[in-house]
Design a protein around this ligand. Sequence first.
Ligand code: 5GP
Ligand code: MN
Length: 349
Amino acid sequence: MISNLIDTQLITRAKQLIEQAQTIVIVTHISPDGDAMGSSLAMRWFLQDLGKQVSVIVPNEFPAFLSWLPGAQDDVIFDKNPDAATALLDAADLVIVTDFQEPKRSGNMADWFVNHQTPNTKHHTPIIMLDHHLYPSDMADVTISYPQCASASELVYRFIHQLAIINIQSSIYNIQYSTCIYTGMMTDTGNFQFNSNNPEMYEIVAELMRAGVNKDECYDKVFNQYHEGRMRLVGYCLHTKMRIFPEHHVALIALSSNELKQFNFRSGDAEGIVNMPLQISTIYYSVFMREDTDKIKLSFRSQGDRPVNTFASDIFNGGGHKNAAGGEHYGTLREAVNLFLDNYEKYCI
Ligand code: 5GP
Ligand code: MN
C-alpha cells in the first residue's frame, strides 16, 4: 500500500487550481537533471490526459542523455526562446513548478516568478510547487514540499495517486508517464544507491513496471550514453585532479574551462563525477567545481549525518539537501578553490 503522504488540504487546493485552469505551464530547474525532466514531463502527460493545454519550459538546455524521455523534444528552452517562453508564461492560467523551491533556481525566469508571485496583484498567476528540497520559498500559492521524498518524481506520483482518490481521474498510468516518473526516481537516487530505503518506493516502482516501464532500458538510456571525452574526463579527474584532505575526509576536484575543452565537454558530462571520491572508504565529503561561462559551478556530496548544504549556502550562494548540494561563485576558479581551502575545515568535521 502506498500511504497518503501529502496533506489532503493541499491536494484539495491544488485540485481546484487545476480544475479552474485550461492553459498550464510547467517549469523545472536550471541545468535540468533526470528528476527535473521526469517530474515536469510526467505532470505534463497527466495534465494533457485531463484535456489541458500544457507546455513545459526548462530554463536552459537539458543533457543529451535525457533527450529520449517521452515529450522532452517538445520542451521549450527559455534561454533559446525567451520571448516565446515568456509569452507562454504570461498566457498561463496556472504555473506548476517541479523539483525546485525558489525563483533563483529557474535561471532567467526568476524575475518572472518574482513579479507574478504576489497574490491579489494584477500580474498574479497561481503557482503550485511540487518539490522535495528543504526551505521552500513563498513563491507558490500551494506549496507541496516533502523533503522526505527522494525525488520530485516520486512526489508527483504520490500527488497524482492522491488526486485520483478524490476523483481527478485519468488513464494516466500510461507508459510515457510511468517512464518519466521512473527515470526521475532512478536518477535522484543514483539508481537506488542512496535515499532509497523507503519500501514504498519499490511499491511505486512495481506499479510503474506493471504499466510497462522497462527499467533496464531506462538505465541503459541514461547511464550508458556518454561520449569518449566524458570517460576520459573521468579518468583525468580521478588520476590527476582529485585532491585529498585526509584529516577531514574530504576530496576536491576543480576543473578550468581549458581543461574541459580538452575533453570536448558537453552539458551533462560532469554528472556523477562528484560522487566518485566517496567510493574511497575514508572519504565522507566530496566537492566538485568547474568553470562555467560566467561563473564557477559547485557540487557537494557527503555521507551519513554530515550536512554539506550549509557549506554550499554559507560560502557559495547555494543550498540543497543534507547530502547533495550545489552552489556557485561569481569570480575566478582560483578564488573558488581558495574559498574552499579557507572553509572546508569548518564545514567538514
Ligand atoms: P548537483 O550537484 O547535482 O548540481 O546538485 C545537487 C543538489 O544541490 C540539487 O538537487 C539541488 O538541490 C542543489 N543545488 C544545486 N545547485 C544549487 C544552487 O545553485 N542553489 C541551490 N539553492 N541549490 C542548488
Ligand atoms: Mn530532485
